[in-house]
Design a protein around this ligand. Structure first.
Ligand code: NAP
Length: 452
């Protein structure tokens, strides 16, 4: 009987497990889903914004997979360095599928990026999502009046929207008390979301973009001067439907406001054709961002004009994409930020490495929505199953769980995770709220202990 380890319990890991146990070609496959954290669901728990309840509810279908009789969740198990190297892991399972995501944020590579008050959007997301590795008080919003978000993808939209929210809007979500307190102290008045290209080249999806215009305490403003049409797309019909719809939404915000329209206390300013060249600082803190105005270069890109504009900022979040971090012990293509593979089979020196596979962002790079991981995981699971006859011949340990424990690891199983869930519900009840996330390692591990 084939025993597979899936490393990572985010959507790509869970969809891989699902593909492996729900097929009939190779009966009885058993899957252990390992995660570094004691909690499952990866970016669905620690990346999807707290006010996106509908996407968060995906946890329900991921849960069904993790509760499958041939799937075992093992949290608090870090794969990489000692004691659990990829080599050791491969000695425990017939196959190992790495679904470890793209852990690093990309940088801008411009002066001032490391000034205090300049951070990656990923840091902000981890903090409000209660990731146990996020420093507790990293973001104080009491001193922030103007925030600049650099980038025009869905992450930029997420952090822009969350920054423009009131504490009361976040109260029904599962954000920790300290995040709620930071939002209660927020003095944010302006959030500038700044794209280096034009409105037709935003990477956000229309639903997410449109949501910016629905916030109770904020209005969206677009400068009509930023909307110069791109000659590469002189005929809007040449644009993909999503970009065309995005342009329509953005143009609607550039219209004069109807008389009597309610005004929010905050303004979200969508800016285009501005590329960041320097973060400006005073006494080590960021005070603004210098942008160079760009114009379309006729091929879908932009070129600089030598005209500069400074936008004041007490907080700068760069939301310019993720990149894969080299998983310890696995081959890595630093340019693509992915593990080299053929249909999910890890390639070492160009040849498939027996028993090693990848799925998700570490396989194809950080793009697509959650559902994109389904076909990706299915392809990798298909490769595992096609190789099953060879994999079954690999000598593996009798009892992987006993081996993990003998190396000093203390896996948190499904019962432990359910205990954490109960503790989060209790915490929320005590605060007069729905479930509230436990934001630190000691708290999570204490809650996971049997009987806690
Ligand atoms: P993304 O979609 O790749 O967007 C990155 C943005 O950063 C682009 O606008 C890009 O502009 C800009 N950028 C890159 N380098 C830059 C630079 N040096 N200076 C200025 N701007 C720069 O990345 P993401 O927003 O991190 O999202 C990652 C993935 O997660 C996406 O597939 C996204 O859809 C998904 N996601 C989905 C949701 C959701 O469905 N609600 C939420 C969050 C994330 P150019 O286009 O000009 O390169």
């Amino acid at each position: 009987m084939l025993r597979v380890a899936v490393v990572g319990s985010g959507p790509s890991g869970v969809y891989t497990a699902q593909s492996l146990v729900e097929q009939t070609a190779v009966p009885g496959v058993r899957v252990h889903v390992l995660d570094r954290l004691p909690c499952p669901y990866g970016l669905v728990r620690y990346g999807v914004a707290p006010d996106h309840e509908k996407i968060k509810s995906l946890q329900g279908s991921l849960r069904t997979v993790l509760e499958h009789e041939r799937v075992t969740f093992l949290g608090n198990v870090a794969v990489g360095g000692p004691p659990l190297t990829p080599e050791r892991l491969l000695g425990l399972y017939h196959a190992v599928v790495y679904c470890v995501g793209a852990a690093r944020d990309r940088r801008l590579g411009i002066p001032g990026e490391d000034l205090e008050g300049s951070r990656s959007a990923t840091d902000f997301v981890s903090w409000y999502s209660a990731h146990p590795d996020a420093p507790a008080h990293r973001f104080a919003l009491g001193g922030v009046r103007s925030a600049v978000v650099i980038g025009a993808g869905n992450v930029a939209v997420d952090v822009t929207r969350v920054l423009a929210r009131d504490a009361e809007e976040l109260r029904p979500t599962d954000v920790p008390a300290r995040v709620l307190a930071a939002f209660a102290a927020s003095r944010v008045r302006e959030v500038h979301m700044v794209a280096r290209r034009g409105p037709s080249q935003g990477r956000f999806t229309t639903k997410e973009l449109r949501e910016l215009g629905t916030l109770p305490a904020a209005r969206v403003a677009v400068d009509p001067d930023d909307l110069a049409p791109d000659p590469a797309y002189a005929d809007p019909a040449g644009l993909p439907a999503v970009n065309r719809r995005n342009v329509e939404v953005i143009r609607s915000w550039a219209q004069p406001r109807p008389p009597g329209a309610a005004d929010g206390s905050r303004t979200i300013r969508l800016r285009f054709h501005l590329r960041p060249v320097e973060l400006l600082g005073r006494s080590g803190r960021v005070v603004g961002v210098r942008f160079e105005r760009t114009v379309p270069d006729g091929t879908g890109g932009v070129r600089g004009t030598g005209v500069f504009e400074d936008i004041p900022a007490d907080l700068v979040l760069r939301a310019v994409g993720y990149r894969g971090a080299a998983p310890e012990g696995l081959p890595f293509d630093p340019v693509r930020g992915t593990v080299p593979h053929a249909a999910g089979r890890v390639l070492r020196d160009g040849a498939p490495s027996p028993g090693e596979y990848v799925a998700g962002w570490i396989k194809r790079g950080p793009s697509g929505v959650i559902g994109t991981n389904r076909p990706c995981a299915k392809e990798t699971a298909g490769s595992v199953l096609a190789d099953a006859h060879l994999l079954a011949r690999r000598a593996v340990a009798e009892d992987p769980l006993a081996a993990l424990r003998s190396w000093g690891l203390a896996p948190v199983g499904w019962a432990g995770w359910r205990s954490i869930e109960r503790a989060e519900a209790d915490l929320g009840r005590a605060l007069g709220r729905g479930p509230v996330k436990i934001p630190d390692w000691p708290g999570l591990l204490a809650a996971a202990e049997p009987g806690a």
